[in-house]
Design a protein around this ligand. Sequence first.
Ligand SMILES: [Fe+2]
Length: 269
Amino acid sequence: MIDLHAHYLPGIDDGPKELEQSLEMARLAAADGITDATVTPHHLNGRYRTDAATVRAALAELQAAVADAAIALRLHPGSEVHLTPELPQAVADGSAMTVADRGRAVLVEPPVHHLPVGMEAILSECLVQGVTPIIAHPERSRPLQQDIAPVRRWVEMGCLVQVTAQSFTGRFGHSARDAAAAMLAEGLVHVLASDGHRPYGRTPCIGEGRAVVAEWLGEAVAAEITEVIPAALLAGEAPERKRLRRLVAEAVEARRPRPSWWRRLLGAR
Ligand SMILES: [Fe+2]
């Protein structure tokens, strides 16, 4: 699996404080079946600024430590950029780190309590520059828990959506789980990621969340959002959105209860 949202860099943001915690996170992720992860420190969120140069330098140190510790996890550059009017400029001038430093997609964090006026104009500006916003954990946003219609619009515009794995296991409550399920059932979830912050509690693991998705909509959908689409994004390629929609539609259809005449025809009781 590939994890495109995790706070691994020590002492940079609200993630791990010490290198040893980062290494423990890396060990947990590798044990969870994660082969690759992007490090995604907060940027422009009013509290933390972690520009691309800082990410590169801190990542090089952590990569060396992970290699020394013989942990089988490949780390790649990234960041979690807050949705602010500065975002398009920060993407254009390269000061905000994009997914795997490819300049093709950027992880964008919307505010939790409100949807800012002008939000879609900001997302559009990124898209016009050829950089796809990946909306981070919309299922944890209060207004989107009430109504996922804005998420539909953003995906129609060309944005992608990342849901947090622990939302499917109930870690963020019923509202987040229900919103995540509603988005998934409409084919609006492209990436499942950990948003891990430390080696306990908010861990960098996605296996449990993936299992919930697999049990509900099958292995193909689970693989698409934990392996196939994340791999494309890591390589700087555009993911195949149509295939995801088809796989989800087939899985939802397969779960639909059959009419009683159909069950009788099959001899079921
Ligand atoms: Fe995050």
